[in-house]
Design a protein around this ligand. Structure first.
Ligand code: XMP
Length: 515
């Protein structure tokens, strides 16, 4: 089983930190994947892991429908590390005494190492760890020992050295656990004895070779470019493999930011030598959006039109058999629903699900990668920070930042305000610290005084949030001076606006975009 394996499998019980565990392991140079807890033992064995990590999760082992795994799993002869819920379910399955806690416990705790453990080698005595748990282990299962406690005297880690099964009550993957990186590396390199096997430069070379053999000499590939990091890096890799046989299509839907379409396409052609077809479609989009105020209708119209235009362009390209997409690993992980499976809040259609009628074969060079890995690959390919570090921009563009009907006048106003927000945020070195920062036009007019005259003009809201993945977000605590500068510049430079407000809502319950 262990022979030739150097991959780690993470079994997900729905923790918000599961992807973070995977990223930390990859940063340590080891390839890993995430499977949901419902995966069959056969599927897990087929992956041929060198070690298995059981993630945390929001449940108690005593919950009705608590996620569980078959105890057959532990018959796979590899080291195991259970984190938080992963440790509680391990202890429970091995008949340890697990007690449901009355309240979930969050936050920092001091760790006291009570027994020498390979897991804590090099960690020193005084360790702060990050807890987020429901259940508590009162006594460990038979043949397991307790190796550390928290300052409250609760069991913080257990292990069965002979079977190589380890459990942590705290989260080693989060930065607040000071020794977390060391603990994970001790598990991976010393206990599981895995060798480094994940290096991004090798990844690029391997992908290029793979794509070269997949796309035969007579065939072409097409790709929809959006100006975002994912489609740009995907196209850059494929173009290194097949050169001008990759034909990229950039649709200017008129809903982009100031000069964006022009600048981005110039960069694609001049710096990446991409073969780009520029399709100017502003008028078509604007007339399709005429009179439409409902956000979901806007999204559907924009998504459908985009596909129609893309299809028409694709039809003109001879022997286009392959479609390149910037799909990332988080898009393909079978996720364990944390907020409930049914809650689709907004229909997100990126340039993702493209034309089905052509029967294209998909080329998804980034399918195994997390966003930070894509960024690092982008840097290795000399793609400038202006693209690599770009804040996310939604597929429907400015249309969902104009509340109500999208008109040419509103778009002009919003573009100007957007340029100002972006300039001020960058000037104050905030751009990379924020997940997103942008203005929104609200369809009300308010009274003001300009000079000696009464004004009755439009309202703009500023939205700036911090977030690690866009799933949850907090409003950014921007300095008043930065806000004042943004507000006064917008009011004096954007004609038709006399008031600026700042959005202080977090997600949930609000969303990042206003529509
Ligand atoms: P919300 O507004 O749902 O946004 O909190 C979360 C993230 O998704 C982006 N977003 C979209 N992206 N098409 C996209 O490609 C969409 O329709 C869309 N709606 C929201 C948003 O900018 C944020 O990063």
């Amino acid at each position: 089983m262990k022979i030739n394996s150097s991959k780690v499998l993470i079994i997900d019980f729905g923790s918000q930190y599961t992807q973070l565990i995977a990223r930390k392991i990859r940063e340590s140079g080891i390839y890993c994947e995430i499977y949901p807890f419902l995966s069959s033992i056969e599927k897990i064995k087929d992956f041929n892991p060198a070690a298995i990590i059981l993630s945390g999760g929001p449940s108690s082992v005593y919950d009705k429908n608590a996620p569980s795994i078959s105890d057959e799993l532990f018959k796979i002869d590899v080291p195991f590390l259970g984190i938080c819920y992963g440790m509680q379910i391990t202890a429970y399955l091995f008949s340890g005494n697990v007690k449901p806690a009355k309240n979930r416990e969050y936050g920092y705790s001091k760790l006291e190492i009570t027994k020498k453990s390979e897991l804590f080698d090099g960690c020193g005595d005084n360790n702060t760890v990050w807890m987020s748990h429901g259940d508590i282990i009162v006594s460990p299962p038979k043949d397991f020992i307790v190796t550390s406690k928290t300052e409250n005297g609760n069991i913080a880690s257990i292990e069965n050295k002979e079977k190589k099964i380890y459990g942590l009550q705290f989260h080693p993957e989060v930065a607040h656990t000071l020794c977390g990186h060391k603990i994970l590396n001790n598990f991976l390199f010393n206990i599981a004895e895995i060798k480094k096997n994940w290096e991004l430069s090798d990844f690029i070379e391997d992908k290029i070779k793979e794509i070269k053999t997949e796309i035969s000499f007579d065939d072409n590939a097409i790709c929809a470019l959006s100006g975002g990091v994912d489609s740009t890096v995907a196209a850059a890799i494929v173009s290194k493999a097949i050169g001008k046989k990759l034909i990229c299509i950039f649709v200017d839907n008129g809903l982009l930011r100031e000069n964006e379409a022009k600048d981005v396409v110039k960069f694609y052609k001049e710096n990446l030598s991409l073969n780009v077809k520029f399709v100017k479609a502003e008028k078509i989009f604007l007339s399709a959006l005429k009179g439409v105020s409902d956000p979901e209708k806007k999204r559907k119209i924009i998504g459908k039109l985009f596909i129609n235009i893309f299809e028409k362009e694709a039809e003109k390209i001879k022997n286009a058999k392959f479609l390149v997409q910037g799909t990332l690993y988080p898009d393909v992980i079978e996720s364990v629903p944390v907020y409930g499976a049914s809650s689709i809040i907004k229909s997100h259609h990126n340039v993702g699900g493209l034309p089905k009628k052509f029967n294209f074969k998909l080329i998804e060079p980034l399918r195994e990668l997390f966003k930070d890995e894509v960024r690092r690959i982008g840097k290795k390919l000399d793609i400038p920070d202006a693209i690599i570090e770009r804040q996310p921009f939604p597929g429907p563009g400015l249309a969902i930042r104009i509340i109500g009907e999208v008109t040419a006048v509103n778009l002009k106003m919003l573009r100007k305000a957007d340029t100002i927000v972006s300039e001020e945020i960058k000037k104050n070195n905030l751009y990379n610290k924020l997940w997103q920062s942008f203005p929104v036009i609200i369809p009300v007019k308010t009274v003001g005084v300009m000079g000696d005259k009464r004004s009755y003009e439009s309202l703009i809201a500023i939205r700036a949030v911090t977030s690690s993945d866009g799933m949850t977000a907090d409003f950014a605590k921007l300095d008043y001076d930065v806000l004042r500068q943004i507000s006064s510049r917008i009011i004096s430079e954007v004609k038709g606006v006399n008031r600026v407000v700042y959005d202080i809502s977090s997600k949930p319950p609000s969303t990042i975009e206003w529509e």
